[in-house]
Design a binder for this molecule. Structure first.
Ligand code: ADP
Length: 454
C-alpha cells in the first residue's frame, strides 16, 4: 500500500468504503424484509384463527356447530377443528402440512411437514370437561425466497456497483488531483530548469488546493525576487571588489620593480588603502546580507535614545577635516529600538557628515520626540549633494565622487541607514544644498517601532 500513489490509494479506499456501505445497506434490507414478512404472517395467522373462534359452538345435540362467519381457508390460513383426543372434526389440512403435531394452547410455532408451516392452537372449552382444539396453519411465506432473490440481485449488482463506484471514485480523485499534478510539474520544472519565472497559475478559488497553489506561486515569486536580488548583489559586489583587487595587484607588480624605499612606501600605502577599502566593503556587505536575510534579527528593546546619541557623539575619534560635533539632544527620549543597529545608523551618518564636511566644519546632531515619533537629524556644513544625485545616493554602491569618499567609503553606508530605518518602521530623508551642507533626518515611531521584526 505504501508504494501506491495517493490517487490509487484513495480510489481503493473509496471503492472499499462503497462496498462496505452497500453490503451494510443490503444486510439491513434483508433483515428488515424477513422480519416484516414473518411478523405479517404471524399476525395474519393469529387474527384469522381468532376471528373463527366465536363462530364455533356446540349444538344442543352435542354436535359441532359453525357459524356463518366461519371460514376454513382465508389468505392461506387453514383453520382446523379437532376434538379433545386429537381427531379431526372439521376442516381439511393441506397435504404438505405437518402431521401428528401435539397441541399447545396459544403457542405460535414453526413446524415442518413436507413444507414449513406456522402453527397456532387454541383450546376452545365447551363446559367443564369437553372442548375442541382449533388449529391454524399457514405455510411459511416465501420470505426466504424473497430474501434469497434479494441476495441474488445484490450479488449480481454488487460487482457492477463496485466497478461503477471504482471508476467514479477514480475520476473524482483524478479531477481533484489534477491541480496537484500541475503543482508538481511546476515545482519540477523550477527545480530542474531553474526557471523561477514559472507559475502554477491555477484560477483563484477557495478550496485547499487552489490556496496551496496560490501559496506556492507567491513563494516562487518571493524566491525569484530574492534570487534576482542575490544575482544583482553578487555582480555588484564582485564588480566593486574587482577595482581594489586590480589596484593591489598593479601596485604589487610595481613594487617588484621599485628602486627606492620611497617607491616601496608609496606602493604599500596604496595597497593599504585599497585593502582597507576591501575590508570595509566586505564587512558592510556581510552586515547588509545578514539584515537582508534576517539572520541578524532586530533586537528591539525600550531604551533611552538620548543617552545613546550623547555617548556616540562624545566618543567620536578625531574626525577627518577637523570637523567638530555639536549636540542638541532632548533628554530622556525613550523609544523601542535595536541599540546596535541604531548605533550603526548614527555612526554611518556621522562618518558621512565628517567625510564630506569642510575643513574645520561642524556637525549638528539633534534628537526630538514629536507626536509619538522620534526625530534624529545629522546636519553638516560640508560639500552638500548635487540636486540631481539626491535620489541616487541611497542605491547600493553609489558614490557621488568616489575620490572624495576615500578608502573608508563603500557606497553602502546610506543603503544600510535606510535598511535599519525600515526595520524600525521609519524612514530617512535628506535635504542638501551643494556647497552649503546636508541634513539627514531619521523618523521612526517611538513605541511601536520594529513590531513586525520582533
Ligand atoms: P559612502 O561610503 O561613499 O559614503 P554612502 O552610501 O554612505 O556611501 O553615501 C553615498 C554617497 O552619498 C556618498 O558617496 C556621497 O557622495 C553622498 N553623501 C552621503 N552623505 C553625505 C553628506 N553628509 N554630505 C555630502 N554627500 C554625502
Amino acid at each position: 500500500m505504501k508504494r501506491l500513489s495517493v490517487k490509487l490509494k484513495l480510489t481503493v479506499l473509496m471503492t472499499a468504503l462503497l462496498l462496505v456501505l452497500v453490503a451494510a445497506v443490503l444486510a439491513f434490507l434483508v433483515t428488515v424484509t424477513s422480519t416484516v414478512v414473518t411478523d405479517n404472517a404471524h399476525e395474519q395467522l393469529e387474527t384469522t384463527v381468532r376471528a373463527n373462534l366465536p363462530e364455533i359452538s356446540r349444538a344442543a345435540d352435542g354436535s359441532l356447530s359453525l357459524g356463518e362467519g366461519f371460514v376454513f381457508t382465508r389468505g392461506g390460513v387453514y383453520t382446523l377443528i379437532y376434538n379433545a383426543s386429537g381427531a379431526l372434526l372439521a376442516g381439511q389440512p393441506p397435504l404438505s402440512a405437518p402431521e401428528g403435531l401435539a397441541f399447545e394452547n396459544g403457542a405460535l410455532r414453526e413446524a415442518s411437514g413436507s413444507d414449513d408451516y406456522y402453527v397456532i392452537d387454541f383450546w376452545l372449552p365447551f363446559g367443564w370437561e369437553d372442548g375442541v382444539w382449533v388449529r391454524g396453519l399457514l405455510q411459511v411465506p416465501e420470505s426466504a425466497e424473497v430474501v434469497g432473490d434479494l441476495i441474488g440481485i445484490a450479488l449480481l449488482l454488487l460487482p457492477l456497483l463496485v466497478v461503477l463506484g471504482g471508476v467514479g471514485a477514480y475520476l473524482l480523485v483524478r479531477s481533484t488531483f489534477r491541480p496537484i499534478d500541475r503543482i508538481v510539474a511546476a515545482a519540477g520544472a523550477i527545480g530542474e530548469g531553474r526557471d523561477l519565472s514559472r507559475r502554477i497559475g491555477l484560477p483563484p478559488g477557495r478550496d485547499e488546493i487552489s490556496r496551496l497553489a496560490t501559496a506556492f506561486d507567491s513563494m516562487f515569486e518571493r524566491l525569484e525576487r530574492s534570487f534576482e536580488a542575490e544575482k544583482q548583489f553578487t555582480s555588484d559586489a564582485s564588480h566593486e571588489l574587482r577595482t581594489p583587487t586590480a589596484v593591489i595587484l598593479a601596485q604589487c607588480a610595481e613594487a617588484g620593480h621599485a628602486e627606492t624605499v620611497e617607491q616601496y612606501r608609496q606602493a604599500i600605502d596604496v595597497i593599504d588603502r585599497q585593502a582597507r577599502k576591501m575590508s570595509a566593503l566586505i564587512s558592510q556587505l556581510l552586515q547588509m546580507t545578514r539584515l537582508d536575510q534576517g539572520t541578524q534579527r532586530a533586537a528591539m528593546e525600550e531604551a533611552d535614545l538620548s543617552d545613546l546619541v550623547e555617548v556616540i557623539c562624545a566618543e567620536q575619534p578625531a574626525l577627518p577635516h577637523r570637523v567638530t560635533i555639536q549636540t542638541d539632544v532632548q533628554p530622556e527620549v525613550r523609544a523601542v529600538f535595536d541599540v546596535t543597529l541604531m548605533s550603526r545608523l548614527l555612526q554611518n551618518l556621522l562618518n558621512n557628515a565628517a567625510r564630506y564636511g569642510r575643513d574645520g566644519g561642524h556637525i549638528w546632531v539633534t534628537l526630538r520626540h514629536m507626536d509619538d515619533a522620534v526625530l534624529l537629524s545629522v546636519r553638516d556644513d560640508g560639500i552638500g549633494i548635487p540636486a540631481d544625485q539626491m535620489d541616487k545616493i541611497w542605491q547600493r554602491f553609489y558614490q557621488v565622487d568616489a575620490a572624495r569618499s576615500g578608502s573608508g567609503g563603500t557606497g553602502l553606508g546610506l543603503t544600510m541607514v535606510r535598511q535599519i530605518a525600515a526595520l524600525h518602521g521609519g524612514d530617512v530623508s535628506v535635504e542638501s544644498t551643494e556647497g552649503v551642507g546636508s541634513c539627514f533626518t531619521l523618523r521612526f515611531p517611538a513605541v511601536r517601532a520594529g513590531e513586525k521584526n520582533s
